[in-house]
Structures are given as structure tokens and as C-alpha cells.
Design a protein around this ligand. Structure first.
Ligand code: PLP
Length: 227
């Protein structure tokens, strides 16, 4: 088996196993293959192996890759820092934006999605790690952003996104993810479409699954280490 296909199969087996352990359904979890810095050929290989969701953290790279690949059923996820003035370059391509935490970003996404007669799914990024260099809003700002998103026809707010601190302390990571899960549960009553929780990367996805993650963003465990 080619290496990439094998890596995907190993990861799939691990996710399925973890789901079984904790009594969750595999179908409720989306695996996003984070292809940043990796060549088109690897995306094609992953696609051939059945992978449909891909994540990029740079807007220009997402645009270039999306324009170079012609798969009708491939979904692009923007997971990195958003520059408002570049949203227009990805609006025709992106299906999900995980890194939204300002009203002006929502407005611009809405405006550009409308120009392409599209609806773009967004997740509100929450800073759950107390690291100011990581993006995200405060917990107290979520409600206002969600209320604002409701007034926009071309944006669907679908969930929350967060990142844990890079550490080996599993209990610490778990607590961080629980924070995001609690926030989602708290807002679900007034925002019933807030069903997605984007958390978990190569090193902490098992913990994230345990805390209700519905979207895993995994790069190096699929494509190998980045240089
Ligand atoms: C790079 C990246 C990932 C994937 O990280 P890996 O450790 O390679 O799995 C996930 N989320 C975000 C926001 C990233 O930038």
C-alpha cells in the first residue's frame, strides 16, 4: 500500500477504535486532513484514498490549491489566521472557516460569499489556552458574535473551534477541551445549529474525541512531518 494511504488507514482505525471505547459514532466525526505546506500530489493521493475534507492555514495556499484541483465533492477548511482583506480570494472555494472571532470578519465573509451566491460555514474560534499569540475570542464574546451571524444570510455559524496548549500534560489538555465543550453546551439552547466542535490535532485527537470533538484537524499523522 502507498505510504499515505496506509497512514490514513492507520489513523482511521485509531479513530474508529477510540469511538468504540467511548461509545461515540464514527459518522458524527469529520476528519480534516491538514495539507498545509504539502504538495498537490499528496492531496490527490489522499483524495484517491477516500479523504474528502482538507484544511489549510494560509489563505493564499488554500486559494492556489483549490484552483489547481478540480474535485466536486472536496471540502476546503480554512483553519488559520484570517486576514480580512484576503477573504475575497478564498470565498469562491472555502466551505468552512474555523478561525472567525470578529464581527468584521463575519461581515466580510458574508459579503464575499454573497458575491459568489454561496453560503460559508463558520466556527467561532475561542481562545481556550490563555496564550495571547493564539487567536480567538473570549468566552464572554461568543453570544454576541452568534447573534450577529444570524443577521447574515450567507454565513452559517455551526460551532466552536479551539486549540490546546502544546504540552504532554494530558489532564491539562483534557480540561482545556472540556472548557470548549461546556461553552458549546451552554450556547446550544439559544443557538441550536451550534453542533460542531473543532478540536484535536495529531498529538491530542484522542483526548478531543473524549470531550465531544466533531471535527479533527490532523496534519502530520497523515502527511508526515512538516519541514
Ligand atoms: C497545522 C494545524 C493543525 C494540524 O496539526 P498536526 O499537529 O500536524 O496534526 C491543526 N490545526 C491548526 C489550526 C493547524 O494550524
Amino acid at each position: 500500500m502507498p505510504v499515505l494511504k496506509e497512514q490514513l488507514a492507520i489513523l482511521e482505525e485509531s479513530i474508529t477504535h477510540q469511538c468504540l471505547e467511548i461509545g461515540r459514532k464514527r459518522e458524527e466525526i469529520t476528519l480534516i486532513a491538514v495539507s498545509k505546506t504539502k504538495p498537490l500530489q499528496m492531496i490527490r493521493e489522499a483524495y484517491e484514498a477516500g479523504q474528502r475534507h482538507f484544511g489549510e492555514n494560509r489563505m493564499q495556499e488554500l486559494q492556489e490549491k483549490a484552483e489547481s484541483l478540480d474535485y466536486d465533492d472536496l471540502q476546503w477548511h480554512m483553519i488559520g489566521t484570517l486576514q480580512t482583506n484576503k477573504i475575497k480570494f478564498i470565498a469562491a472555494h472555502v466551505h468552512w472557516i474555523h478561525s472567525v472571532f470578529k464581527a468584521k470578519q463575519l461581515n466580510e465573509i458574508n459579503k464575499r460569499a454573497a458575491q459568489h451566491s454561496r453560503i460559508i460555514n463558520v466556527l467561532i474560534q475561542v481562545n481556550i489556552s490563555d496564550e495571547p499569540q493564539k487567536g480567538g475570542c473570549k468566552a464572554s464574546e461568543i453570544d454576541e458574535l452568534l447573534i450577529h451571524a444570524r443577521t447574515l444570510d450567507h454565513v452559517h455559524a455551526r460551532g466552536l473551534m479551539g486549540m490546546a496548549k502544546f504540552t504532554d500534560d494530558k489532564a491539562y489538555i483534557s480540561n482545556t477541551f472540556q472548557l470548549l465543550q461546556d461553552l458549546q453546551q451552554r450556547h446550544l439552547n439559544s443557538h441550536p445549529n451550534l453542533t460542531e466542535l473543532s478540536m484535536g490535532m495529531s498529538n491530542d485527537y484522542a483526548i478531543a474525541l473524549n470531550r465531544g470533538s466533531t471535527m479533527l484537524r490532523i496534519g502530520s499523522s497523515i502527511f508526515g512531518r512538516r519541514t
